[in-house]
Write a protein that binds this ligand. Structure first.
Ligand code: UDX
Ligand code: UDX
Length: 459
């Protein structure tokens, strides 16, 4: 007898950055959660209550919900979907060669689930899929007793548990509103804003959100370039712009630009999808190009700072993960930067607090060390790529004692320029003037001239 669909029982397909965090959060909320994961090592880690990914707080939570029996890792789809009222699909949707989202994992997971899932269950697509996908999956399904909805995720790596426990919004889209409401009840609390709509709109909420944030970052990076050309300071410009509540200060940090598993693939997928529908999404094309050139601009600063040649020069790269508080190396700016530096003949030594294991196979010819002070030993220049707090706390006196040169290029405008110039270093950043050069050098700025004056509260 097939167990009836019960919304207290949730199946999640894919124990990735999104699926696993969602599973742990739902289990913490008291649901019975089963995770179906094809990767045996990942499945074994989850079964042992150990997180296979670095996400703050996930280890502790996973251990607790596995111990309490609220979360189980299962091997087969039938074990996973048995009795489940809602099946969440959170498998990968990597870009194909032309940028479109590869839906093969989603289709395979859905096909397997449909063969086993209980009547009346709902399949919720959490993987980011092109507009029209959820509706097409529903129309192509032989199981008319199973509804499909789009259930996009808005989790930022490094703060994913917080984003899950306190979602800024819950969006669910589908053509069966009863199914939409069942899924919408999974997350958030009485004060959470919920948007219930059709599936195509929900799909585009996801793509539109990521693409807009990515475009906002590329916009401030273009402004940073103009700041360098005019002698302005992008941090002041971003602060001033961000004071407008319609703009907001978040996602206005200039630097190496966006990486990660979502922005790059989602922006390209949206641009490609628009193309399939006959639209040239020019803003996205520009945002993508600006983002690529930020890596080149950073590399150029190191090249120029070392006199126009990197041949045989040692460059220490601080930070490899695509952003702090994660070990995720997918589309990390560091990968392009290291490759560019090595193509120009530099000897690169790189470090990261948590991402070395994932970085090693991706950078086979690059020396990777745990300790940042080892990384800077003998270096002609230091390049800050990921804004881990540990690099803001470095003892720059010790750094310059161990370096051969004194150039520091800050790709995330996160270091304390005074601490660097105060010990004889030259501080170069993104969208601000160089500091630490002799006053007479064109384009340099004294610390005093560019000191940011904290806003004086008026009134
Ligand atoms: C994924 C999608 O890539 C992203 O578009 C969406 O926004 C959220 O879900 P992420 O969790 O980062 O993001 O993907 P990934 O880290 O690649 O995890 C996917 C997991 O699914 C992997 O562990 C993979 O082994 C597993 N998987 C894949 C299955 O268990 N079954 C499959 O058939 C395919
Ligand atoms: C993003 C979205 O924020 C999240 O809602 C979605 O579900 C998944 O994708 P994530 O990729 O984890 O989350 O990281 P996020 O914090 O958004 O940063 C994305 C990239 O933009 C990072 O490479 C970061 O370094 C960069 N970034 C962010 C900037 O360059 N400047 C900024 O001001 C903010």
């Amino acid at each position: 007898m097939t167990p009836q669909a019960d919304d207290q029982v949730i199946c999640i397909i894919g124990a990735g950055y999104v699926g696993l965090v969602t599973a742990a959060g739902l289990a913490e909320a008291g649901r019975q959660v089963k995770v179906v994961e094809v990767d045996a090592d990942r499945r074994a880690a989850v079964a042992a209550g150990i997180s296979p990914i670095f996400e703050p707080g996930l280890d502790e939570l996973l251990s607790a919900v596995v111990a309490s029996g609220h979360l189980r890792a299962v091997e087969t789809m039938s074990a996973g979907v048995a009795g489940a009222g809602i099946v969440i699909v959170a498998v990968g949707t990597p870009p194909t060669h032309d940028g479109e989202a590869d839906l093969s994992q989603v289709r395979q997971a859905v096909d397997q689930a449909l063969g086993e899932v209980a009547p009346g269950a709902v399949i919720a697509i959490k993987s980011t899929v092109p507009p029209g996908t959820t509706r097409a999956l529903a129309r192509g399904s032989s199981r008319k007793d199973v509804a499909f909805v789009m259930f996009p995720e808005f989790l930022r790596e490094g703060s994913a548990l917080e984003d899950l426990r306190h979602p800024s919004r819950v969006v669910v889209g589908g053509e069966d509103m009863a199914a939409v409401r069942r899924v919408a009840a999974l997350l958030g609390g009485p004060d959470t804003t919920r948007l219930l709509c059709d599936s195509v709109s929900a799909e585009l909420v996801k793509y539109g959100s990521n693409a807009f944030l990515a475009t906002k970052i590329s916009f401030i990076n273009e402004m940073a370039q103009l700041c360098e050309l005019t002698g302005a300071d992008i941090e002041h410009v971003a602060d001033g712009m961000g004071l407008d509540p319609r703009i907001g200060r978040s996602f206005l940090s200039a630097g190496l630009g966006w990486g990660g598993s979502c922005f790059p693939k989602d922006v390209r997928a949206l641009e490609t999808s628009a193309g399939y529908h006959g639209q040239s999404f020019w803003l996205l094309k520009a945002a993508i190009e600006v983002n690529s050139q930020q890596r080149r601009r950073f590399t150029a600063k190191l090249l120029q700072g070392l006199g126009g040649s990197l041949e045989g020069r040692r460059v220490a790269i601080l930070g490899l993960a695509f952003k702090p508080f994660t070990d995720d190396m997918r589309q990390a700016p560091a990968l392009e930067v290291v490759r560019q530096l090595e193509d120009l003949g530099a000897i690169v030594v790189a470090t990261d607090p948590v991402a070395l294991a994932r970085a090693r196979p991706l950078l086979p010819g690059t020396s990777l060390v745990d300790d940042p002070y080892d990384a800077v030993t003998g270096a002609d220049a230091v390049g800050l790529v990921t804004e881990w707090p540990v690099y803001r706390e470095l003892d720059w006196g010790r750094v310059f004692a161990q370096m051969r040169g004194r150039l520091v290029v800050d790709g995330r405008n996160c270091l304390d320029s005074r601490a660097i110039t105060g010990r004889g270093g030259i501080y170069v950043s993104m969208g601000r003037r160089t500091r630490g050069l002799p006053e007479t050098t064109p384009g340099s700025a004294s610390e005093a001239a560019t000191a940011s004056v904290p806003p004086v509260p008026l009134g």
